[in-house]
Design a protein around this ligand. Structure first.
Ligand SMILES: [Zn+2]
Length: 338
């Protein structure tokens, strides 16, 4: 099966009332972990690469690994998505390479740090939508600004400085025509999201529900949605790591989001923690080992477990064969007819 359209995956998820995890990758082992989890749980899946991942991997390597994944797991609808594109040119280069979905994060200026104005965000996102839809490619936009920093991209802060204004979200969708909308509700990128288990004072699920009420047909995206479970933190610290105590987004809050229009959930940190914990364990328990496969195999297995669990929790498990994937060529017609 070729790489498929994210729009189709999210439309199907909306029909089925479930969410789809979007997992970040930089290398082969991470892609293998996700595909094995997808096969085990029979899940459609979104694999995404940030600008940092594209430069780390020389993105051609990553693209061909994704083609291999599509070939080796033909029963799994698989999307290749650009995470946090910072400019029209970045999105265009991803589309030219063969990504089937792009995020234009116009909530920040091209430097990836300074919050942009609403007008700037609309203009650049609209331009990307026009190009992408002509190519059959899906577009995710962002309104409001996430906290923290991800691969050098982000405004920093705790996440409550630029919570999405629901009225502005409505106007943004109308003016840009995006397929999916990332919103800021107090979450941050990275491991240090919250200093205690989050409640309504720091995680604004009420804002999410209000946006869904006003935009019932729009696929919402939760960024910075790793749960940062304590058991994964503990493995790292047990084997010599030095993580400070931290809290992520509880799975039950994500599930509440899914009941209120969230169709794409971005998860990266949990997988990073799983990989690092597994590698540290081998280094401490078997210091005589030096073949990279001796620690990369358990690392891959640890990530697979986390991904499979999230797929089950988000509800995408069991939905891989619900529908016949639409080709990107057919998606061009779909958008042209709109
Ligand atoms: Zn993000």
């Amino acid at each position: 099966m070729p790489l498929v359209s994210m729009r189709q995956l999210l439309d199907e998820a909306a029909k089925g009332g479930y969410g789809v995890g979007a997992f970040n990758v930089n290398n082969m082992e991470q892609i293998q972990a996700i595909m094995e989890a997808a096969r085990e749980t029979k899940s459609p899946v979104i694999i995404q690469a940030s600008r940092g991942a594209r430069s780390y991997s020389q993105d051609k390597f990553l693209y061909h690994l994704m083609l291999a994944a599509a070939e080796l797991y033909p029963e799994i609808p698989l999307v290749m998505h650009l995470d946090h594109g910072n400019s029209f040119e970045t999105c265009k280069s991803a589309i030219d390479l063969g990504f089937t979905s792009v995020m234009m994060d116009g909530s920040l200026k091209e430097d990836g740090k300074t919050p942009a104005t609403f007008e700037e965000n609309v203009a650049v996102t609209r331009a990307v939508v026009e190009l992408a839809h002509k190519c059959g490619v899906t577009v995710e936009g962002e309104i409001g600004v996430l906290g923290g920093i991800e691969d050098g991209h982000g405004a920093g802060g705790g996440g409550l400085e630029h919570v999405t204004d629901p009225a502005q979200a409505v106007e943004f969708v109308k003016k840009t025509g995006v397929d999916a909308l990332a919103i800021a509700i107090g979450t941050s990128h990275g491991a240090y999201k919250f200093s205690k288990k989050p409640d309504g004072s720091v995680l604004k699920m009420d804002v999410l529900m209000e946006i869904h009420r006003r935009l019932p047909g729009v696929h919402l995206v939760m960024h910075g949605s790793s749960s940062v479970p304590k058991d994964l933190q503990d493995v790292i610290n047990q084997y010599g790591g030095k993580l400070k105590p931290t809290w992520g987004v509880p799975v039950e809050e994500i599930q509440l989001g899914i009941r209120n229009g969230v169709r794409k959930i971005n998860v990266d940190t949990d997988n990073r923690l799983a990989i690092t914990g597994a590698i540290r364990k081998v280094f401490v328990e078997q210091p005589e080992k030096f073949d990279p496969r001796d620690y990369l195999k358990p690392a891959r297995e640890a990530m697979k477990k986390v991904v499979a669990l999230r797929m089950t929790q988000f509800g995408q498990a069991g939905h891989a064969s619900d529908y016949a994937p639409v080709s990107i060529e057919e998606m061009k017609k779909f958008y042209a007819a709109k």
